[in-house]
Design a protein around this ligand. Structure first.
Ligand code: F6P
Length: 550
């Protein structure tokens, strides 16, 4: 059935059944659900690879889950999933296949795009990356003056920055500490300025990461970095080859910039930017952690890909997490979704997920070209949990908004902590468990009174609870576990996009801003009369020029 003839989501009987069920369920209480089913904790837990996923603290019954799965079946989510894995062009607005899963497919797998198996090319690039990473790590790759590389600066933005920057932080304890890594993304010159402050040009390698190699922020920063390098080395263009490599799909633009395509690591148009850090875009990460650890990460991704591809609906974790999100987004009017890691190393994880989720599912037009009549992607936000506890958790506990949240934690701290710091891990995790308990079950007025609280303070100190959370617990934060987590969220986002009937793989909304910025720039620099500027922007630009002394 093509997109035009598919019934609209909100006309489906399965959608209406969920709406009715929501009404009938009313204000279901988690306390009651747990009282009625003492084994709910383990009954509502899935195990995928190393991930224990507890979804018992959700405002759902078996009936809710069944109805949600019915909706997924009616939208043929698994049909679209299979088409994605087969390499069909499910990114309809760009007429592209969506094959990030091929980036972590084993060498003997076969995935065809336009009749050609893409897996051999994936492994050829991985080998080229590994060879290069090993040379940098061993000191075999030297700069223009013969000194070994000690600093690696990744220049990219969006998916060409967030992925490697996030994963570098997550796997920090696995990195070669004798190397320094910096990630520059912002076109604000301060970003590059600060990143280069203490670096020695002779020992610095720039990795220019850009799928298109036309992104203005990246090309501008890369150009400034080249100037910095050549000035400091007192060298000409010939020095670039030893200090610049490119990660891109656009060989023409790479060589136009002056980077030898020998030093380019390729990927393909079927890899979306926000799904790309397990491609060549992960080169900085591979240099940091080494090729073997990078491969372990890819295996973790693949494990969850296989789970998503083969697990039945009842046990399929990405399907389940996607559907739970739909339950709150579409049937409880939840506007946002918090991701709260209890790991310092995951400090950039939520920022990474923001692009993955919000750039994928921030769409108001359905695949049939008509506006949707239902809510699509939520606002995704969050920071490491303990810090959040002393900032915004108050609103989650006692505010007026329903905010479903994912709690992510690990049984073991990373290796290498002192005994004293190692012991702190239990305190961290005590917070982790206490928070989801408090959010779910709250504190009744009776319990507050029993603590001897003055009557007038009882309402203030009562917690209604009933705040839904998913708990994801793993033994430790390994490269494989990172791959598993990212793939879990990638496929969750896929499920939601499939149900909402939107193209999760384009990002036209971002394009408009890019075009307008280029158009407005001459107004700032030259005072040019740019046609089409609205009165507000015109006045602001005039003030800007005045303040800038122009
Ligand atoms: O933000 C829009 C976007 O196109 C992202 O999807 C992408 O990750 C980012 O820009 C960077 O693009 P490129 O890798 O082509 O420089």
């Amino acid at each position: 059935m093509n997109a035009e003839s598919r019934p609209r989501l909100n006309r489906l009987p399965e959608w209406n059944a969920l709406a009715k069920h929501r009404e009938a369920l009313g204000e279901v209480r988690l306390r009651e659900l747990f009282d009625a089913e003492p084994g709910r904790g383990s009954a509502y837990t899935l195990r995928v690879g190393d991930l224990h996923i507890d979804y018992s603290k959700h405002l759902v019954t078996d009936e809710t889950l069944r109805l949600l799965r019915d909706l997924a079946a009616a939208r043929d989510v698994f049909g679209l999933r299979d088409a994605m894995f087969r390499g069909e062009k499910i990114n309809i607005t760009e007429d592209r296949a969506v094959l990030h899963t091929a980036l972590r497919a084993p060498r003997d797998a076969s995935v065809e795009v336009d009749g050609a198996n893409v897996v051999p090319a994936v492994h050829t690039v991985l080998e080229k990356m590994a060879g290069f990473a090993d040379r940098v790590r061993s000191g075999g790759w030297t700069g223009h003056t013969g000194r070994r590389i000690r600093n690696v600066v990744n220049i990219g933005i969006g998916g060409s920055d967030l992925g490697p920057a996030m994963a570098y932080e997550v796997l920090r304890s696995y990195t070669d500490r004798s190397l320094t890594f910096r990630f520059v993304s912002n076109v604000d010159g301060a970003d590059l300025h600060e990143a280069l402050q203490d670096l020695d040009a002779e020992e610095t390698l720039f990795i220019v990461a850009s799928k298109t190699f036309t992104t203005i922020e990246t090309v501008t920063n890369a150009t400034s970095a080249r100037t910095w390098l050549l000035e400091r080395l007192g060298a000409g263009q010939e020095a670039v080859a030893k200090h610049f490599v490119a990660l891109s799909t656009n060989a023409g633009k790479v060589s136009e910039f002056g980077i030898d395509t020998e030093n380019m690591f390729a990927f393909w148009d079927w890899v979306g930017g926000r799904y790309s850090y397990d491609s060549a875009i992960g080169l900085s990460l591979m240099i940091a952690i080494g090729p073997d650890r990078f491969r372990e990460m890819l295996e973790g991704f693949h494990l969850v890909d296989e789970h998503f591809r083969t697990a039945p609906p009842e046990e399929n974790a990405p399907l389940l997490l996607g559907l739970l999100g739909i339950w709150y987004n579409n049937f409880h009017d939840a506007q946002s979704h918090a991701v709260l890691p209890y790991s310092h190393y995951l400090s950039k994880f939520t920022a990474y997920l923001q692009q993955l989720d919000m750039e994928s599912n921030g769409k108001y037009v359905a695949r049939d070209g008509r506006p949707v009549e239902w809510q699509t992607g939520p606002v995704v936000w969050g920071t490491p949990g303990t810090n959040g506890q002393h900032a915004y958790y108050q609103l989650i506990h006692q505010g007026t908004k329903l905010i479903p949240a994912d709690f992510i934690g690990f049984a073991r701290p990373v290796d290498g902590l002192s005994a004293e710091l190692e012991a702190q891990h239990d305190l961290l995790m005590a917070n982790f468990f206490a928070q989801t308990q408090a959010l779910a079950f709250g504190k009744t007025p009776e319990e507050v009174r029993a603590e001897g609280v003055a009557e007038e303070l009882v309402p203030h100190r009562t917690f209604l609870g009933n705040h839904p959370t998913t708990t994801i617990l793993a033994e430790s934060l390994t490269p494989s576990v990172l791959g598993q987590l990212v793939a879990l969220y990638e496929h969750k986002v896929f499920v939601q996009g499939a149900v909402w009937d939107i193209d999760s793989f384009d990002q036209w909304g971002v394009e408009l801003g890019k075009v307008l910025a280029k158009r407005v720039e001459p107004a700032l620099t030259e005072g040019a009369d740019v046609p089409g500027l609205d009165a507000s922007t015109k006045a602001l630009v005039a003030t800007y020029r005045e303040l800038r002394g122009r």
